[in-house]
Ligand binder design. Sequence first.
Ligand SMILES: *Cc1c(COP(=O)(O)O)cnc(C)c1O
Length: 386
Amino acid sequence: MYEETAAFIRNLYPGKDPVPLHEPFFGGNEKAYVNDCIDSTFVSSVGQYVDRFERMIGETTGAKFAVATVNGTAALHAALRVGGVEANDEVLTQSLTFVATANAIAYCNTLPVFIDSDRQRLGLSAEKLADFLQTQTVMKQDGFCYNRRSGRRIRACVPMHVFGHPVQIDRICDLCAERNIIVVEDAAEALGSLYKGKACGTFGKLGIFSFNGNKTITTGGGGMIVTDDPKLARRAKHLTTTAKQSHSWEYEHDAIGFNYRLPNLNAALGCAQMEQLDRILREKRLLADTYRNFFEDRPETFVTEPDDSSANYWLNTLLLPNAQAKARFLQALNRKGILCRPAWKPMHLQSIYSRCEHDGAANAVWLYERIVNLPSSAGARCNPSS
Ligand SMILES: *Cc1c(COP(=O)(O)O)cnc(C)c1O
C-alpha cells in the first residue's frame, strides 16, 4: 500500500534513507560565523551576533523589538510573565498544540483552558473562542475578565499557528482586546508566515518564535520574543538575563529572573540562517506546490493556506479520511523509511492536563484523528512542472 506515494516522496530527497521529517538546511555562512564566534572567544552570554540576530528577526517580521532566548519554551514563559500573567490566573490556548505551549502556561503557576481548533486553519478557532468568552466569562469592576465557573481571572490568550498555518489572528486579538486579555502569539512554527500581509507573531502584545533544530531556521536551540512595546521589550530582556540592575560591578537583582539568554554561538548560527530565510521559504513553497499537485486526485487532502494567508509550510500536512486510514498511512510510510508523523495528542487528552477546563475540543480531536505530516525539509528536488 502507498507504493506510489512512498516512491514520490523518496524521489524528492534522493540519497536520504530514511527520509527525515524535517532537517536543517545549512547553505551559507554557518561555519564562517560560528568559527568567527569561537575565534572571538565571546561564545556565551555577551557578543555581537545576539544583537545582530535580534535585529534580523525584527527586520524580517516588522516587529520593533526582538529579544533572543535560549529556546522557544523559555521565550513563551518569559513573554507570559512580562505580559502580566500572575499565579492563579487562567490562560486560554488551544488543545491541539505542542506540549510546550501548555507547559509555559503551567510554569507561571496558571491554569490553561483549552479551546477548540479551526478545521481549515488548524489553529485556535476564533469562533470557539468567541463562544467561550460569551457564555463562560464575565467582566468585573476591576476591568478584568473572569471565568464564571472557576472564578479565576483570564489574563492571557495564546493562539498557536499550527505547522505555520495562520489562525484568524485579527479576530482573536479583537475578541481579547474587548476583555482586557493580552494575546501572546505562539508563532514558534510560523517564522515567515503572513496573515493579511503581516507577519505572524506581530499581532499580539507579544509573540515568540523557536529556532529548535526541526524548525524553519535553527540556532541549534533558541527562541525569540517580539513586541512593538519598548517597555515590554526592556522587561523581557531584563527578566531573561537574571534581572540584574545595571551597574559596572555590583550584583543586585530586582526580581527572580531567569537565565534564558541565547548564547552568542547559537546566535552566530542564527545570523547565517536568517540570511537564507527567503530561499528556505521559497523552497518550502515549491515543495508544498509539488505535494498539492500530487495529492490532488487522491483520497488524502493536502492542507493549503486560505486566501487571506501565506503559510511558511513548515510541515506539509495531509488530512486522511479517518483515524484508521491515518494509522495505515503512518505505518506504511514509516516502514518504507519515509518519516511521516501524526499531530500531537490534544492537551485535554494528556493525563498531565486532563483536569483542566476545555470546551470539548471536538475539532481538535477530529484533526488529531486525521493529520499526517510529510517530510518537509528545504532542499527537496521538486519538479514544478510535474
Ligand atoms: C517548537 C515549539 C515550541 C518550543 O520551542 P523550543 O525552542 O523547542 O523550546 C513551542 N511551541 C510550539 C508550538 C512549538 O512547535
